[in-house]
Unconditional design. Structure first.
Length: 56
């Protein structure tokens, strides 16, 4: 699960590892902008796996 906005409902995404970082592939379309944060959580939402600033 990932969040792309502060206090937003987490959405499902597949995370792929790249040489330059990671890629998030959303299961449902999302409206995102460069500079927004992406935070990755466990399915239960109890653990934060990491995050970063989105680039395009």
């Amino acid at each position: 699960n990932v969040e792309v906005r502060y206090r937003s409902t987490p959405v499902r995404a597949r995370i792929e590892s790249l040489e330059s970082g990671v890629r998030a592939i959303f299961h449902e379309p999302q409206v995102v902008s460069p500079g927004q944060s992406l935070v990755m959580y466990s399915p239960s939402g109890e653990q934060c796996y990491g995050g970063g600033v989105m680039r395009f």
